[in-house]
Design a protein around this ligand. Structure first.
Ligand code: FMN
Length: 343
């Protein structure tokens, strides 16, 4: 089981933090699909300290999302500690996570994200300073290293553990790799063997079988899923069920995908208003529709749509035009979904 500090997750499946994706609308869906721990998108320490309205919204945590991990990033110890204190005292988050994996040049230029990976001593001092100033458990999410010549993952996870960090997530790629190549899970195994705090493995888990293979081959305590869950929160509950029972549930029907996509859009509208939400939803809809035969022909109209009701109409018209077989496949997955999730 996955336990971080005193917080026990109900399973080992973790939704990865994803900027532009992991807001309360999607996190809640992931939670309703059974996910043990959901992570919020990263928030800048400076933005937290400046306290603008948008950042304040990013710190909002719905009671139903708990346990939830809220991730902050920054390159300066003082401001990271100060931002962590705000998250500790003023938010409903359960865990404070520090980003040490972001490869964006703009972020690395200010010594934040993956830049930390070059110096285990700095990591140790910074994590210790955050831990000393907050009461919530502190965790770190990192890549294995900066580039193939600077892979300090073992020293870095030890630095986190020695500083009082309560868990570490390891994405099996270097900063230089960005998202290319394949995540190297052997480093996740090395990390797990180096520390006694929980290690959450991450990188290229796109099927329930991948998740089991990662747990079995690395010995990690939890499995973090990012891109595999985009437009596909079923991946999360199918993984949970597969790990629990060994049973591989069938994929959702087109009808089910569209039902959840509309629920996602409506929650996003509640959160951000129709103007922003419908535009933001375009990318999600293209993910939800992936793999549904014939969906390419509505992609253009979705990309241009600005109104919720018209978007729903496009989706319903598309569904009506689908042959019966596309609506319900042989497995009774609608029933399976209802059993597993509460929506
Ligand atoms: C759209 C997107 C946004 C991301 N944003 C964050 C983020 O805010 N914080 C973070 O630590 N990682 C972020 N990541 C990295 C993921 O958390 C994860 O480490 C990476 O996608 C590898 O896992 P995967 O193969 O399961 O996708 C992001 C990834 C994607 C695709």
């Amino acid at each position: 089981m996955l336990k971080i500090g005193d917080i026990e997750m109900k399973n080992q499946v973790v939704l990865a933090p994803m900027a532009g994706v992991c807001n309360p609308a999607f996190r809640l869906i992931a939670k309703e699909f059974g996910t043990g721990l959901v992570c919020a998108e990263m928030v800048s320490d400076k933005a937290i300290l400046n306290g603008n309205k948008r950042t304040h919204e990013m710190l909002f945590v719905d009671e139903r999302e708990k346990p939830l991990s809220l991730q902050i990033f920054g390159g300066d110890r003082e401001s990271l500690v100060a931002a962590a204190k705000v998250v500790d005292q003023d938010t409903n988050a359960d865990i404070i996570d520090i980003n040490m994996g972001c490869p964006a040049p703009k972020i690395n230029k200010s010594d934040a994200g993956a830049k930390w990976l070059l110096d285990p001593n700095k990591i140790n001092e910074m994590v210790a300073a955050v831990v000393a100033n907050v009461s919530k458990p502190v965790t770190v999410k990192m890549r294995i290293g900066w580039d193939s010549d600077h892979i300090f993952v073992v020293d870095n996870v030890k630095a986190v553990a020695d500083a009082g960090g309560k868990a570490v997530s390891v994405h099996g790629r270097t900063r230089q790799q960005l998202y290319t190549g394949q995540a190297d899970w052997s480093y996740i195994k090395q990390a797990k063997e180096a520390v006694s705090i929980p290690v959450i493995g991450n990188g290229d888990v796109v099927t329930p079988e991948d998740a089991k293979r990662m747990l079995d081959t690395t010995g990690c305590d939890g499995v973090m899923i990012g891109r595999g869950a985009l437009g596909n929160p079923w991946m999360l509950y199918r993984t949970i069920e597969f790990l629990k029972t060994g049973q591989l549930l069938s994929e959702p029907t087109a009808e089910e995908k569209i039902r959840i996509a509309i629920l996602h859009m409506d929650r996003l509208i509640n959160l951000k208003g129709e103007h922003v939400a419908v535009r933001e939803m375009r990318k999600h809809l293209s993910w939800y529709l992936k793999g549904i035969k014939g969906s390419a022909k509505i992609k253009d109209s979705i990309m241009e749509e600005v109104k919720r009701d018209e978007m729903v109409q496009i989706l319903h018209n598309f569904l009506e035009g689908l042959p019966q077989g596309e609506l319900s496949s042989p497995g009774n997955e609608l029933e399976e979904v209802e059993q597993v999730c509460s929506i």
